[in-house]
Ligand binder design. Sequence first.
Ligand SMILES: Cc1ncc(COP(=O)(O)O)c(C=O)c1O
Length: 398
Amino acid sequence: MSTSGADKPPSKPATRLVTGGRDSPSYYGFVNPPVYHASTVLHRTAADYLANRGRYSYGRRGTPTTEALTNALRELEGPSCAGVALVPSGLAAISVALLSSLRAGEHVLVTDSAYEPTRLFCDKVLSRYGISASYYDPLIGAGIAALMQPNTRAVFVESPGSLSFEMQDVPAIADAAHARGAVVLMDNTWATPLYFAALDKGVDLCIQAGTKYIGGHSDVMLGSISANRATWPRLHETVFTMGLCVGPDDVYLGLRGLRTLGVRLAHHQAAGLKVARWFAARPEILRVLHPALDGDPGHAIWKRDFTGACGLFSVVFKPVPERAVHAFLDALTLFGIGASWGGYESLVIPFDCTRVRTATTWAPGGPTVRFHVGLEDVDDLIADLERGFAAFAGAAKS
Ligand SMILES: Cc1ncc(COP(=O)(O)O)c(C=O)c1O
């Protein structure tokens, strides 16, 4: 966990990705920190031990490796960030941030577009501790004020939704929540702090599934929560007392991934937009769900609040039998079929939000598929998708 940041001249986020959390003199001049595999920290004397003297006290409470990552993330978030906690997955970041914000008898409003396990945690676990959750239309904006109950103490946003891509008016939701004494939690995994400065837009607790773009190589499970001054003490206490920590190799991989986040995201953004525009011109496609596209319903909010887009978006096929969509997916060789996203490789999954929604109706008009555009040559990816459409055409006819 981190609460400290070195005094450095102001710099742009891309620079902070490279310089944040670096302390080479402490590592004998080496660029990167060592990977401390550590539990016990030895003290020189009994008095030192009893007085808890020494920079580190126990592996679970932080090592130079974890501090390098939390300091780097904190510098990336900017001055509104009072501290960063590391946890073992993105879902753990969501559950711990919620636990730290709520107590028995209170209520949380969660966007209907949230990652499904976020809902499961609210419905199955928070409910056991006397905390109720209800779901709201992601497009509600300032209208969230009308849904606030006297005991609503938290509002959870995810923008854009990571399957359905609705953009939320985060500043308007935050104003309404704060006016009624609630904190705002955001799953900011799609944009990362590089493309959406959540803590500067009214978010109090900003969640990252570090498994995605921060790790960037599909080889790490990691989550982080960045807190502002108001929420950091409770978050720190919750993570500390629950005994949560991350294995040192995963922390190191997160730090290593963070250093190249800027160049990777720029490529994911450009390639993702090229593929999204290509899809938009295909006769088989009804709509492309990508907020950085001009005609997208969320484009105005994206343009106002975000500075970039990643490689994740969805498409809606014109109505066809399921076998045609499956033939398309099964014919792809560069797009792997699998959960998660944010690694260097392209991915694809079919999905259907109908079953999950409770506050809104999911009726996109046809079968839906989500793509993650990776770092392969984009023309090769488009050639792969063309092969998919050839198989699609054959299956649609049969
Ligand atoms: C938007 C979003 N948030 C959180 C998570 C959870 O992250 P993790 O898989 O690291 O638990 C995911 C995983 O797919 C996700 O898509």
